[in-house]
Structure formats: C-alpha cells, structure tokens
Design a protein around this ligand. Structure first.
Ligand code: FES
Length: 283
C-alpha cells in the first residue's frame, strides 16, 4: 500500500542531493540527504517508517532505497543510506552534492505501529540494512511517541553505526528504558553470525511474551534468525522481518518481487514470521 493516492505512481519527484556523510568508521556506506526542489512537493510528501522510494540518478537505473528518516524527526530533507555494492548503487554512492535525483514514492506498506503500542520493542539491524530500523527507532523515541512504548532493545551488527544521533547518544538517559547491544566482532560464517545476534538478543533480554520485534538483515542470516526468535518464544504475529527482493516497478505490476502470491513492494517489505511461514518463504 502506498499513499500516492490518485497520483501517477510512475511520475518521479525532482529532488536535489543536499548533503552526504559517513557515520563512524563505515566502509562503503554513506548517508544521503535529499531535499525537494519544489515547495509544493515538499509539502505534499508524507511517509511512515517502513516505506521506501525508487531513486534514479544520471548513470544509474531506478533503484529502491528504504527511507531512513522518521517523519517525527526535525530534518532538512529525506534521509537514505546508500551501501556501495555494485554498479546499481555505485552512482548513488559517488554522487556529488547538488546532483539531481528523481524520486518515486513513498511506496510499500508502513510498519504496523498501532500494533506495537504498549509493548516492548526489539530492533535488530545489520550493516547495510539499517535504514528501515533507523526510521522506526527515531519514530518511537521521539518525545511525542516515547510514552506509547515500553522497553526498547536494540541489537546491531558489529560495524553498524549507532542508529542514534551524537546528541541522542550524549543524552541517552532522556530517551528512557533503552538497551543497546552491538556485536564486538564480525564472523565470516552466517550461522555463527546469526548465533551471535541471537546471543545479543538474549543479553538485552526483552520479554518475548510482551514484545514486538523488527529485524533487518541480509538474506543469508535471515532464516537462522527466523528460527532463533521462534525458539525464544516471540509471537510469530509480532515478529517482523524486512525482506530483500529485487524491486522494479514498486507498485505491484511487474511481478518481480513476489513471495508466493504476495508482492514485497506493496504487501511488504516487512512481513511477520507467521506470514512468512504461511508463504513457505525461502531466500
Ligand atoms: S516490483 Fe513490480 S510487482 Fe513488486
């Protein structure tokens, strides 16, 4: 579901790259802030955590990127996190400030935040897959929303940057009831990596019976993590996984992104563990 309304879903919005920066010691991962060229587009754009946009830039085909900024954040634009991994993302990674970027969106189904109300929240994010969970975390820690949720537990891969701003890290006590755990080292084997994430989840010890969990990782780690959290006793309805699929049209027309009879671009990109089990999901 997108909130494009009656707008032509293929018509891009003109934006400009206004800022790029690297968080911490990230290798090949860069933040990219886009701003609208027209005031009308800026005013007319609204998104929710979990949604994505199709971006295109000179020298590169249209590519999907999840929106990393929260609608609750004070920001001078829309934030995307670009990981350089091949020709599709290279042009974005190397783009210079001032470049024109065409943007379609927001697309995809937002996270079902209403279902998270009153519950503890577990967020798991691996390097290269942080944008959706950053948008969610920034949304739920905003002072206007923070009281609607219980304990927040965050587990990050070993070289993932903090999902918090430097100012938020300095004043972390003001956020209230937040535990953050980061893997101390990388392991080459995906089973070991998934085990490390599961151990870190146990360390921050969210109470599975009262928690909603949202997990964003690569396709190789995902099945192990699915099994791990199911064994820990999380309710499969309240554990969401962000699914990485090739997205082309973004609006449910081309059939490129299907999982069974569902489309990642309009029914996802987040699916509950229960939905994935029903769809006999296989990476
Ligand atoms: S990308 Fe075309 S149907 Fe999903």
């Amino acid at each position: 579901m997108s909130n494009l309304g009656e707008k032509n879903p293929y018509a891009p919005i003109l934006t400009k790259l206004v800022k790029t920066w690297v968080e911490g010691s990230q290798d090949k991962v860069k933040n990219m802030l886009l701003d609208f060229i027209s005031v009308e587009d800026r005013v007319g754009f609204s998104h929710k955590p979990g949604q994505f946009c199709m971006l295109s830039i000179s020298g590169c085909s249209e590519t999907p990127f999840t929106i990393a900024s929260s609608p609750a954040e004070d920001s001078d634009g829309i934030l995307f996190v670009i990981e350089e991994k091949g020709s599709f993302t290279e042009a974005f990674y190397n783009a210079e400030v001032g470049s024109t970027v065409l943007m379609r969106g927001p697309l995809g189904k937002p996270f079902p935040i209403q279902e998270f109300l009153g519950r503890d929240i577990l967020i798991v994010g691996d390097k290269g897959h942080l944008a959706p969970v950053r948008a969610l975390l920034q949304y739920i820690i905003h002072p206007q929303q923070r009281g609607d949720f219980g304990l927040i537990s965050v587990v990050l891969g070993h070289d993932a940057p903090s999902l918090l701003t430097a100012e938020q890290v300095e004043k972390i006590d003001e956020i209230g009831s937040i535990r953050i755990s980061q893997l101390s080292r990388s392991v080459a084997n995906e089973i070991e990596h998934a085990r490390s994430l599961i151990s870190a989840i146990r360390e921050v010890s969210p109470e599975p019976s009262n928690s909603c969990a949202i997990m964003s990782c690569d396709n190789t780690t995902l099945p192990y993590l699915m099994r791990g959290v199911a064994e820990m006793g999380f309710d499969p309805v309240r554990v969401l996984f962000i699914i990485n699929r090739a997205i082309r049209c973004g609006v449910g027309k081309c059939g490129r992104c299907n999982i069974g009879h569902r489309f990642t671009c309009i029914d996802g990109p987040a699916f509950s563990l229960k939905e994935l089990e029903k769809l006999k999901f296989d990476v």
